[in-house]
Design a protein around this ligand. Sequence first.
Ligand code: PMP
Length: 461
Amino acid sequence: MVQSVQPTESKLKSLAEMDSKHYLHPTTIPKKHADQGPKVIFSEGSGIHVKDVSGKRYIDGVSMLWNVNLGHGNKELAEAAQSQMSKLAFSSSFAGYSNEPAVHLAEKLSSLASGSLNSVFYTSGGSEANDTAYKLARFYWQLQDQPRKQKIIALKQAYHGVTIAAGTATHLTGFHKFGGTQFEDVFHATPHVTECEQGDKSHPSYKGCIRDIIESEGADTVAAVILEPVQGSGGVHLPPDGYMESVRDLCDEHNVLMIADEVITGFGRTGKMFGVDNWNVVPDLMCVAKGISSGYTQLGGVLLHDRIRNTIVQHDQMMAHGFTYSGHPASCAVALKNIEIIERDHIVDNVKAMETEMNKGLQYLEEKHHTVTKTRNIGLMGGFELYEDPATNKEFPFDLKAGLEVGEECFKRQLILRALGSADGKNVVAIAPPLIIQKQEVQDMINIMDEAITAFEKKHR
Ligand code: PMP
């Protein structure tokens, strides 16, 4: 890690003061932030570690926002950005303009994705990718002479971003309160009941599943189903056996497009290059961001199935859509280097090997701690839940915010994890370290979680 000179106490104080006064942060309460200042100000990082401005070192157990997949301080990624910026800092991608890294990356993404996902539309991040996918789905049906196919079905507990369309598909209602009116024509289905999607109408969860919504709204009004292969911010929910395949079949049966939101699950996170590859499912549109560049530069995109691209091409229609930073050369150069490293260093194999270690560690925590239950993990995307009494499904009182408290206990011990679901009374602790993590480092994380949960349990005995 780069050795920096530590700022003096007064410099740290003024940095915190400037932050509380001038910097409005996502998902913080501005009043509280103004009163208390930032929780931490990071200054540098190396591998799975980050340091704050006072020199304290933390394990980044969630790859910051599930995105720093190759870890911090990767010189090759920094050099890829620097070298591209010195050569050509920016070029438009509108109206036929192009640039070398964007072209190479488009070709590379097509070769990585299974099936016929052979072209990409670039965005700056995940929300824009999801908004773009909705527009593409609707555009596709308009061109197919089915303009009534406008509705989008997302899953309950989904997180698809915060722009107005993606934000409506996000089912974490706290996000809906911000900014008022929601996008029209978005429905939320009960997630993860394979039997219902396979057509078992007698199943108790059938009402409100994807199949039920498609059939009751009318397939001629539904453009697409969007889902995360593994739900992330909604609480790390893995689909049960057969679910992803059933959704694919259901979409085919009803002539509805399937959009996979791979913003977290893409680029190795689940132990396959893409989340859908765990189930051999090929979506019609696949949204990527975050791990595409390991968070070193902003980038997202939508991969299109040939069927969709060809329809647009055949109809000789303009893509009246695009962002200034669609195909940003430096971002694309970083993404190319990122993918090169993932392949060269067999990162996905490391994820598989570390998955085993993580599973062992989570199992240990569940066996040792009476409040820990429902541990789950795929690749390096996992978590556990805290219940007052797992045996009787008794949850902790809402106000206790048990997940946040355990997260805080970890943070005190210099491990960054993420508590999810507290707004809905759920206490999920999410774990998603950089994909370069090694066996001893997984063990270090488990040891800290062990201590943190012990401290929490002692307090609430
Ligand atoms: N989809 C998923 C599955 C995500 O997890 C996120 C971000 N956490 C987004 C979309 C939104 O991405 P962004 O914040 O880059 O807009």
